[in-house]
Design a protein around this ligand. Structure first.
Ligand code: FMN
Length: 182
């Protein structure tokens, strides 16, 4: 796949299965993350890999968060299942570093670019993935259980694996609806 095919054809897949990335594929995915644009070279990133049994640990964290929030039985039951939807989840965090010229939003955007870069690196290698957030990304208990500082931002959970089907999304979208000239 060439670079333009990747840019124009990348899509998310929410239905994922094994196998997850091999060690070599994962290394490329990690390298791609570190090529995210980064104002003042702050490297405001942290990535936590969750695979195998660790996915159950993440489910327990979600479950506890749901309990803390007095969630109903459906939400509680689902909490433990959520991380099992892919063989690998990469939790992407913007580690905010106070800086005169680099406001927080730029650091969060940089971490977001890293998520996109990792998804693209997976897609380019024949893998599939989806960037998810949801209420647990904003939950104080979840952040604390993952050892995040209060000022850090949990930018997303990147679910990665193999696609279940070859469904190709159609894109009926007109660039002129979004681009104007000054
Ligand atoms: C910051 C962010 C958070 C997202 N969170 C979710 C989510 O929690 N659940 C979900 O199904 N899709 C979520 N999405 C959307 C998917 O990642 C994906 O972009 C969307 O399904 C469109 O698919 P596409 O990438 O093939 O265009 C999120 C996207 C972004 C950028």
């Amino acid at each position: 796949m060439n670079a333009l095919e990747l840019l124009l054809e990348r899509q998310s897949n929410s239905k994922l299965t094994t196998p997850g990335p091999t060690a070599e594929q994962l290394d490329i995915i990690k390298q791609a993350a570190l090529r995210a644009p980064d104002h003042a070279a702050l490297k405001p990133w942290q990535f936590i890999l969750v695979e195998g049994d660790a996915r159950e640990k993440l489910g327990e964290i979600y479950y506890q968060a749901a309990l803390n929030n007095n969630a109903d039985d459906t939400v509680l039951a689902r909490a433990k299942e959520l991380p099992l939807r892919a063989p690998l989840i990469i939790i992407c965090i913007a580690k905010y570093k106070p800086h005169d010229k680099v406001p927080r939003i730029e650091q969060v955007q940089s971490a977001g670019c890293a998520v996109m870069a990792m998804q693209q690196a997976a897609f380019a290698q024949g893998l599939a993935g989806v960037w998810r957030t949801g209420s647990y990304a904003q939950d104080d208990y979840v952040k604390q259980a993952l050892n995040l500082a209060p000022e850090d931002e949990l930018v997303g959970f990147l679910y990665l694996g193999s696609k279940v089907n070859d469904f190709k999304k159609s894109r009926n979208i007109d660039v002129n609806d979004f681009f104007t000239s000054l």
